[in-house]
Each structure stands twice: as C-alpha cells, then as structure tokens.
Design a protein. Structure first.
Length: 535
C-alpha cells in the first residue's frame, strides 16, 4: 500500500533549501552517526536514524540498527512528520489508520513504534527528520522525552549547518565578504604575511574586538596556548601544499575572547590564491550551547561524550548488577602508551581523534563484550562475559590493533597499549575488588616494559598491601622524626685536617631497627614526603 503523501504549497522552496545539506561528503566524519547512536541509547530503542527527504525518496544520512539506506517517499512515515511540522509519535502503528497497512510495518524494519521530529533550516524549511523506531509498541513520549528528542534534532541541524558552511569554504574573499554582513558566524580572512584583512560584525560580537583593532593582527592571538599546535598544524597544511586548497576541513578548537574567557568553536578553514598570495579564510561557529546540550544528553544516555563508549558511572552500575547477580565476568583494563606525546606534538585534536580510533578498535576486537567504557584520560575498560580463559588472547589482539599506525590528516600516529586482566569471582568478591585487581595487573604490565597484557595473580595484591603498609609507616616516620643523621667525616690524608663531613640519613624503625637508604629511598623519592624530610 502507498501512503497518501501530505502536500505543501512550498515544495519548490523546500527542495531548494534541502540541496546544500545533501552534500554529505562535506560533513565531519562520524558527526551524525554519533548522534544517532546517542539517540538510540538515550531512548533505549533498537533503531534511530536521520532522514533527508527529496521529491521522490527519503535517504538515511545516518542510521543506527537499520540495514537499508532509504525508502520511497510515498511510504515514509517521516513525510507525515514533516507535514505536521512538529513531533509525531505513533505508540502502535497497527492502531493508526495512516500506517497500519504500511510495508514498513508488515515488512522490514517491522515498525510498531515510531517517533520523529522535523529537521528545520534557519529559514524555516523542513528538510528531513530525526526518528526513533521499535519492533514493539511503546508508551507515548513524555514531555521530557519530547524535549530530549528536540535537543537531538537541534544538534543534528547544527552539524548539518556546519556542512552547509563547508560549501562556502571554496569561496574567494570577495564571496565571503558578500555573505558576511548577515552571517551569525564569524568570518575572518587573513594574509599570512600581512595579518587579518577582513573581519565581519559577527567576529566582533564573538571575540569583542572591532575590525579596526584587528586589521593587520594575527589570528593566533585569538586562540589559547593549549590549542596553538592544532591551529598551526592546519595553517601548515593549507600553505604547505597546493593540493590542500581543494581539501578544506573543519577543526574543533577553542577561541579566546577579549576578556580572557575561552569558548568552544568549529572553525572551517579554506585557502585560495589572489595576486600570487596564499590567503586563508575562516568561518567560526560558536558551539557552546551545542556542547552543553550534547554533554547533558550523553550523561542521560550514560555515554562518554568523545568516544561514545559507556561512561564510567554507567559501567560501574552494570558491573555492580552483574556482581550482585553472581554472573562471572572478566575485565580488560587498557592504558595507552605514548598518548601524552601525541597531544604534545600533534595537538589535542589529534589526541581526541586517537581516542575515538581506539574506541573503534575496541568495538571491532571485542565485539562479544558486554560493554566497554572510557574510564578517563587514555584509560579504557572492557567487560567480557565468563571467566578469564581466552581473555589473554583477546587482550593481545586488542594491543596489536591499537599499535597499528593510525592516520591523522595524512600523518601516521603510533601508540602502544598495556592491559591488565582480572575476573570475577576468581580475583575478587565484589566489583571494587575486581577493578583493583585489574588495575594492579595493568600496573605490572606497564612495569614489564609496556605493550603486553598481564593476568592478575594473588601475590600482586600481597605485594601492594605490603607497599601501602610501608608507605603508611614512612608517613609516620617523617611525622614522628624517626629519621636520624649519621655524619661521615672527610680528612686531609697528609695533614689530618678535618675538611667536612657527609650527612647520611638513616631510619630508626621502631620494629625493624636501623634501616639504610636502600630499604626506603625508592619509595621516598616518589613521595612529597621527600621535600619535608629534606627540609
């Protein structure tokens, strides 16, 4: 059966507005896929997708849990969502006469529940939808659900607006200036020798400087020190090779206002030649609201915002549930080797890209995992079902996958990984104990030369307990002045005159007697107590 298509008196204008957003190749990689994954996790549905609807078809720009790339517009639920102009929720499609005979209900993807919201351009045209579906009926969306879905749609539209701006990055300065007066985005043109040559009103509102102040200044002054590497890498790319002009791209970076406050921004870089000079244009988009909204939704969906793995809190909650139910599991705790060097040499954008790449390797290698999470920084943890048998092989495969060179903007990036393995109930009676065991095994793996995996052994815990006990004794020794000095004099061999002496520290341990530095110095130098003792 073909659904009756809703009609619009403005279809021509709508299709014209749609056209710039269909250039999917300009959209930052994974930008929409991350949001559809977020939507599916947030609403706990098996399928979520973003559709763009032309005159004949709906095409899925991004999809989660869906094995088709589009359908005819005539059967599209989303066409009704666009026509309605607001959220459309169908708790059970068999109860709705508009959809009960649809081939999408009786055939794949077997839609029984549907919720969609239009994607609306800044000038008010509906060009597609963000949709959620399930193969089972569900209750209607709550008011909170509707707000969350609206937030997801706003994030998707924001990403697609970045896509639209990409189409302008091939423009000359003249074309950039022609669109700048009404643009909500900062537009800056710069000659790398003479500094800034153009500065639009939105740039003034964004940074707090007027065009007269910025003429001849350099854009680097608008970027925090920690982001300078990313910015200069992009300039080097645009100016280092002629081919880079035809390969513009967007960089997520932080801007620096006149008053010293920082803000997150998307910067679309482009390059061109005029009069033999290489010029660079930047379209800068303020994305604080997007970051805040996405962070809030990720928290609700229990996802890590960068990698889209589980958050630490969500992981620990699931771990606790399995432990309470007595279900055996194994943990792989993985830490990257050399991550700081990537951040220091290539910039934080490269570090973020690397973390996302590692998350992708975890998804590929550990496809049978119950869940995986980013604990923080460059530390990840994978929850495998069952005991530790075979976990070592999985850990080695993961280490090998992480060590495979990763290409960042054409440059190979190589890091290593170390992994600690622990299992429940073999290595701990509760979630915290098993986590501690995996952490101790990881410590042993890194101490063994890195790039390897280590399975927890009980003696590791005993050694750690001895170390911590000794550390507490050391703290007590400093506080109670248990350290004494022995002086070794130095004499002139000819005259017998005293030249000085060397002060040697000793620990008068209340139970073990006099301890020489070899017994405690290694631990002492790693502790802030060494400063106190030195004084």
């Amino acid at each position: 059966m073909t659904l009756k298509r809703p009609t619009s008196d403005h279809e021509g204008a709508r299709l014209a507005a749609l056209a710039p957003y269909q250039q999917a190749d300009a959209l930052p990689e994974n930008a929409l896929d991350r949001l559809t994954t977020l939507a599916a996790r947030l609403f706990r549905v098996p399928t979520a997708f973003v559709s763009l609807i032309d005159d004949q078809r709906q095409l899925f720009s991004s999809r989660y849990g869906l094995n088709i790339t589009g359908t005819a517009r005539s059967v599209a639920f989303c066409d009704h969502t666009m026509a309605q102009g607001e959220i459309l929720c169908v708790p059970d499609t068999l109860d709705d006469p508009r959809f009960r005979d649809s081939p999408l209900v009786h055939g794949y993807p077997h839609i029984r529940f549907y919720a969609g919201i239009p994607l609306t351009t800044p000038d008010g045209h509906h060009i597609g939808t963000v949709c959620l579906t399930d193969t089972q009926p569900r209750p209607p969306l709550t008011d909170a659900d509707r707000q969350h879905l609206a937030d997801i749609a706003a994030l998707v539209m924001d990403r697609m607006e970045v896509q639209r701006l990409e189409l302008l990055r091939h423009a000359s300065q003249q074309r950039l200036e022609s669109i700048s007066a009404t643009s909500p985005d900062a537009i800056i043109c710069t000659d790398l020798r003479r500094g800034i040559t153009f500065w639009n009103p939105a740039a003034t509102a964004m940074f707090g400087y007027g065009p007269e102040e910025m003429a001849g200044q350099y854009v680097a002054g608008l970027i925090p020190e920690r982001c300078q590497t990313d910015y200069r890498n992009e300039l080097d790319r645009l100016t280092g090779a002629e081919a880079a002009i035809s390969l513009p791209r967007t960089l997520q970076i932080w801007g620096l206002r006149r008053d010293g406050r920082e803000f997150p921004a998307d910067v679309s870089f482009s390059g061109w030649r005029e009069g033999g000079e290489r010029l660079v244009g930047m379209i800068i988009r303020y994305v604080t609201a997007r970051h805040e909204s996405e962070a809030r939704l990720c928290e609700l969906a229990s996802l890590d915002m960068l990698t889209r793995l589980a958050s630490r809190g969500a992981f620990m909650q699931q771990l606790g549930q399995l432990t309470e139910a007595g279900v055996p599991y194994t943990l792989l705790m993985t830490d990257l080797d050399g991550f700081k060097e990537v951040n220091d040499t290539l910039g934080h954008a490269a570090g973020d890209a690397l973390l996302y790449h590692v998350a992708e390797q975890i998804r590929l290698v550990c496809a049978d995992a119950v869940t995986a999470a980013r604990l923080g920084g460059d530390e990840f943890i994978i929850l495998l079902p069952g005991g530790s048998t075979g976990a070592g092989l999985t850990a080695e495969r993961l280490i090998a996958a992480v060590q495979t060179p990763f290409s960042y903007h054409g440059s190979p990036v190589v890091v290593g990984a170390s992994t600690g393995i622990a299992a429940y109930p073999e290595h701990g009676e509760d979630a915290s104990s098993v986590m501690s065991a995996a952490d101790l095994a990881l410590y042993r793996a890194k101490a063994s030369g890195k790039g390897c995996s280590v399975l927890f052994r009980p003696e590791y815990l005993a050694a750690e307990q001895r170390r911590r006990g000794f550390e507490r004794e050391l703290e007590t020794a400093v506080r109670q002045d248990q350290f004494i000095l022995h002086y070794q004099p130095r004499y002139d061999a000819g005259s017998g005159r005293l030249l000085g002496c060397e002060a040697l520290v000793r620990w008068q341990h209340p139970a073990r007697g006099l301890l020489l530095p070899a017994d405690f110095i290694e631990m002492l130098v790693k502790s802030p107590l060494s400063v106190t003792l030195g004084e």
